[in-house]
Design a protein around this ligand. Sequence first.
Ligand code: NAP
Length: 310
Amino acid sequence: MTAAPSRIAIVGVGKIAVDQHLPAIAANPDFTLAATVSPNHPGFAETPHFKTLDALFASDVAVDAVALCTPPQVRYDLAAQSLARGTHVFLEKPPGATLSEVAALVAEAEASGATLFASWHSRYAAGVEPARVWLADRKIRSAAIVWREDVRVWHPGQAWIWEAGGLGVFDPGINALSIVTRILPRPFFLQTATLFTPANRAAPIAADLGFRDTDGVTITMDLDWRQTGPQSWDITVETDAGTLALAKGGAVLTLPDGEQHAQDEEYPGLYARFATLVRERRSDVDVRPLQLVADAFLRGHRQSVETFDE
Ligand code: NAP
């Protein structure tokens, strides 16, 4: 017998909820959209809509799960409130504004028996899993991440991203770290960082980082939000068997014997994973990408740069 679909509410109806979560839920028979919650969005015809999560939980609309698509700064309270009543929680990336609040959520999920899923959508890009498999048997010599995009194109009007806890250029940069922590076989850690922050903002617009793995292999990372023209979301790994290149945020994999394209299944993949976790009553919370970003804020040098206005 197949289980009834989980009744899920989307909390935070912004860009990612509309672009990715709604279509992925509509296409997955394990979920049915029960409600939306967002303070200013008007909601959608035929789906109950609430301005706050309190209002949803006080209503007679039943939900088994929530997908938290808000900015990270407000996510802890929404997640804790949901877990406390046994509601499963899908966290957009990054899983929180601090590591300690995510640790608290893990404990709260364990206590409640509900599933907590810290999602990393870029890990579901088409090239990532084959890259991980290929690298497992190789001697790695170095790796380089170049993530350069135009913030005016990709994050227009997102005031939260420039505030403390919004991560600035690490909001996209953490996606690269979610891939690299998945495909490289050994742990790595931050050695150097310079964060370039506009004089009128709280979060960096660019960053240069250096990491080293436990075998001494160096990994460089170049993040910049001031890129106009061609955009770069590239990861290159030099090995004893040649160069592995992941382009377009992990979607296109090039190995020494040629290029591999496949259909990207990022959000369908995330919802399939969430369904499995809910069914098996398990959580999945990998904080390594957020740990590396936190280390950059902890150990990095700060440079003030030109003010940024949209
Ligand atoms: P966004 O467009 O600014 O949307 C966030 C929405 O959250 C806002 O529209 C706001 O709704 C709502 N919100 C704020 N506080 C809330 C609260 N207390 N309760 C309920 N809703 C609240 O941001 P986004 O780009 O979708 O990003 C959201 C998260 O997804 C971020 O963590 C981001 O890193 C991640 N993400 C974004 C992308 C992307 O391409 N944009 C890709 C992957 C992941 P109202 O408009 O109703 O006020």
